[in-house]
Design a binder for this molecule. Sequence first.
Ligand SMILES: [Zn+2]
Length: 78
Amino acid sequence: MQDALAVASWRGDVVTSGSEGTPDDGVHDPTSQHYQGTAIDLRYAARRFAQVADYRAAGYIVVPEKDHLHIQKYPRRI
Ligand SMILES: [Zn+2]
């Protein structure tokens, strides 16, 4: 599995959220993988389907949100 940040860099995607913060800061769900460093949020690219396909091809779980694309490494918190 490639590193999601490497994929973002290669694609030129804008990362809007990474692993900063703590589970009690209210930014993400308390069980979010953001706090484990296994999830990132991205600004949607102009070609959304290609963007989703690239992260799925890299082995990530891709969750389209209302205003951003959430990428995580595992199906649920580990
Ligand atoms: Zn997220």
